[in-house]
Design a protein. Sequence first.
Length: 234
Amino acid sequence: MTSGKGSDMGFNRRTTAALVQSGVALTSAMAGIGMRFAAVPAEEPNIEDTLIAASIEGMERDDLRVLSVLVTWLGVHRARINADRLMRAASTLEQPRSLAFWAAVASWQGTDRRFTRMAHLCAGKRVDLLGVGTGFQVKRKGEDDRFRGTCLRVPEGALRDRAGDVEQPSELARRHVTYRWRVIMGPSYRADMWASLSCDPTLSASELARRTYGSFATAWQVKRDFAMVGGGEG
C-alpha cells in the first residue's frame, strides 16, 4: 500500500450519484433499505442515494405513496443516516420542491443538530405538498404535525404514517451490511468503507472512496486499519 498523498493525485470526491434511479430500479432500492414495497430488494443499495431519489419521486412526480413511506422511514432510521453525505447530495438538487422537502425534514428533526444545515435549503414562502387543494385540506383537517411550521405545508392525513411500512432497525441491520456497520461504528464514511471492504477486501483506496463518496485520505486509513486487524466480520 502506498502513501495516501501521492496516490490521491487526480482523485475527485463525488457528492451525488451518477444517475438518480427511478421506476423499477428505485422501487427495488427502496425495498433494499427497508421500505416495504412489493419488489425484490436490491443488494446493498446506497442509503442516501436512495433517499434522494425517493424524495424526487415523491415531490416532483407527486407520488404520495412513496413520500409517505419515505417520511416514515426517516422517522424510524434517522439515527443511521450519514447526515453529511445527505446534505452534500441534497444541496446539489435543482428541483425547488425536493429542496423544500429536505429543508422541512431538517426542521422536523430539529433536535438532531446533524441536520441543521439542511434547513437552509429552502427560502421564501412555503411550498404546498398538493398541487391543488392544500389550503382547503389544511382548513378542514389541519397540518401534519411533523411538518407544522416548516417550509412544506402538508395537510393532515395526506401522508400516512404506518410503522408496518418499513423494517425496524434490527431487521435491516441483519441484511444490509452498510447499515449494520453504521449501527456498530456510527453513521460515517468510515463505517461505509469498512462495510464495503468486508464485502470486497480487494478494493483500492480510490475505488473505496468513490463507492462511498468519502475522501481518499479516509479510504486509505480504513484500508490500512482493515488490513491491520485482518478484516472485519460482515
